[in-house]
Write a protein that binds this ligand. Structure first.
Ligand SMILES: [Zn+2]
Ligand SMILES: [Zn+2]
Length: 310
């Protein structure tokens, strides 16, 4: 249970599988706004299963797999203010959700229900004596299970089996009964998820900093590690910031490489990521901040020697 008294009305957030209770003040953000609309997708899959041909069941498997991707990516979209697209690294729905749990919202896999006090919060009134009405619920899911279903659908229905020898038969479709059973499992999961009425971007204290580009970057303090690199969430910005823990607070230092100008020797502090994105044979350039001279850079292979004498 988390309580938030920053608004005039008491908010009560119940997180399944979270045994904490008490009067902690948490900041949480929620949206009742656009979520993916699952019922029409579920209807479409069921209609294809009812047709019950090899082709329609295969198409149902494709729809079911797309639905799982939409569910996972929607959770990402709602939390995209907290992570740069660049730092996701993997695109597979299960991997995306695991990154989100690690970096953005540790409660993503859990079901959360938000209620709001019917009366303005008053000093001296215990939260348990307040009256609450439910605002909405976000249904959690197990990312491992979703990833397994997503992979199984592809294996059963969406690839043709590789022939193992010359006489091997190339089947038109996968095994209809097996595909049907797997799709039915996904439909049950989608029906469970469709009961959700709202979505959260995460829970817990936030730290934020303004990037030189003007973009405000936010992270959950609890999930931030000392020394962690945070890419600016602005897709047009190449700056990376290092989180440095000092006492209980985080400071953010830009991660740059100093390069001395070829003309005037002034040090130019370039964003590290600017060079990481360059291909090995690519020539990059930047104009010196002091004299405007155009400088060129390129990755070079250098032979090195081991220092330990081995
Ligand atoms: Zn930026
Ligand atoms: Zn210069």
């Amino acid at each position: 249970m988390h309580l938030d008294k920053t608004l005039h009305h008491l908010l009560y957030l119940w997180v399944d599988a979270c045994s904490q209770s008490g009067r902690d003040t948490y900041s949480c953000h929620w949206h009742c706004a656009t979520m993916i609309n699952l019922p029409p997708i579920i209807q479409r899959i069921k209609a294809l299963l009812e047709e019950d041909t090899e082709a329609s069941v295969t198409y149902a498997a494709l729809e079911a797999r797309l639905a799982l991707e939409k569910v996972c990516y929607d959770r990402l979209r709602q939390r995209h203010d907290y992570i740069s697209h660049d730092q996701l690294r993997k695109w597979q729905p299960g991997a995306v959700v695991n990154t989100l749990i690690k970096e953005v919202d540790e409660h993503l896999g859990e079901t959360m229900t938000l209620s709001i006090g019917t009366n303005p919060a008053q000093a001296g009134v215990k939260p348990e004596d307040e009256e609450f009405v439910e605002v909405g619920t976000e249904i959690g899911f197990n990312p491992k299970r979703i990833a397994k279903m997503w992979q199984a659908l592809a294996k059963l229905a969406l690839h043709v089996r590789l022939p193992e020898h010359k006489g091997d038969h190339i089947a038109e479709y996968g095994d209809k009964a097996q595909i049907r059973a797997k799709v039915a499992g996904v439909v049950a999961e989608l029906e469970r998820l469709a009961k959700g009425t709202m979505t959260f971007s995460g829970l817990g204290a936030e730290v934020s900093f303004d990037c030189s580009c003007g973009e405000t970057n936010k992270r959950r303090a609890k999930l931030l590690r000392n020394g962690q690199h945070v890419h600016c969430i602005n897709p047009d910005c190449k700056l990376t910031w290092k989180a440095v823990k000092e006492g209980g607070d985080f400071n953010f230092e830009s991660v740059t490489v100093p390069i001395n100008c070829d003309e005037c020797s002034a040090a130019n502090h370039m964003p590290w990521r600017y060079f990481l994105d360059m291909k090995h044979d690519e020539v990059g350039s930047f104009s010196c901040h002091a004299c405007g001279h155009k400088n060129y850079v390129q990755w070079r292979l250098t032979q090195v020697r081991r220092n330990d004498g081995g």
